[in-house]
Design a protein around this ligand. Structure first.
Ligand code: PRT
Ligand code: ZN
Length: 220
């Protein structure tokens, strides 16, 4: 899918945990946008660039297909979205949106490592990443995919354990669950399309990436 429009596009989360920090980074890199009457698209005034504001889950596909040239998304979403084809590539980690995808268990389940999950049902919003973790550890277990509220699954007897994102740990604690093994460490990353932009935009793309890298490194 090529977009012959003479403008670069950057995909950012419309609202949620990464939305504000993503726009901060883009602003600090020197891009000035105006909010259009169209909520989906913010137009950058000082460069031929548009910001596409979407659900984070859509960002890897948009960037893989070059609907957008760049995107900002959590590594967890990027990993889960990989489809075996030409995927978006990570340009650099951005140092925000940090979290850890963890196995967590109720006190009634003795846990001594991944093999303790053998034959059990595990609830998660990240079935592909969890399956790879289980396979890597030689564990056969059932996965129940839930869109949200994964932490209530053990109480509802939907699953014996869960695999969910953790940042402060407050959600696990409130639900009487204990964090166990780490399945994936994640943070927001800048991704770029495997498909090059029109030649006249290539230099601009490189310079935007360079300026974002400068902002990230200045933040330590
Ligand atoms: O609407 P859209 O689909 O765009 O947003 P979303 O609801 O799918 O995602 P959102 O905004 O919740 O999160 C966006 C990204 O932020 C995630 O993909 C992660 O990369 C990152 N992130 C960082 C987190 C967390 N920290 C986090 N704590 N995403 C989710 N959580 C949830 C977690 O699932 C659990 O429910 O927060 C709860 C745990 O938090 P603590 O602090 O209690 O441990
Ligand atoms: Zn999402």
């Amino acid at each position: 899918m090529s977009t012959v429009q003479g403008r670069l596009r950057i995909a950012v989360q419309k609202s949620g945990r990464l939305a504000d920090r993503s726009l901060d980074l883009i602003r600090d890199a020197g891009l000035k946008w105006v909010k259009g009457h169209n909520d989906l698209l913010y137009r950058v005034e000082n460069y031929p660039i548009d910001l596409l504001r979407v659900r984070d889950d859509d960002i890897p596909t948009f960037v893989a297909d070059r609907v957008c040239d760049l995107g900002i998304v959590g590594e967890n979403v990027l990993e889960e979205g990989k489809n075996g084809g030409a995927n978006a590539a990570i340009v650099m980690p951005l140092g925000f949106g940090r979290c850890t995808l963890k196995i967590a268990t109720p006190p009634t389940l003795p846990y001594e490592g991944p093999t303790s999950l053998e034959g059990l049902r595990i609830a998660t919003s990240y079935p592909k990443i969890l399956r790879r973790f289980l396979d890597d550890n030689g564990v056969a277990a059932d996965i129940v995919t839930m869109r949200g509220a994964v932490e209530v699954a053990p109480r509802l007897k939907l699953a014996a354990a869960i695999c969910d994102l953790v940042s402060t740990g407050a959600t696990l604690e409130a639900n009487g669950l204990k964090a166990q093994d780490t399945v994936l460490e994640s943070q927001a990353v800048l991704i770029r399309s495997p498909i090059a932009p029109e030649p006249e935009l290539a230099e601009l793309l490189d310079s935007v990436i360079e300026r974002m890298a400068g902002v990230v490194s200045s933040q330590g």
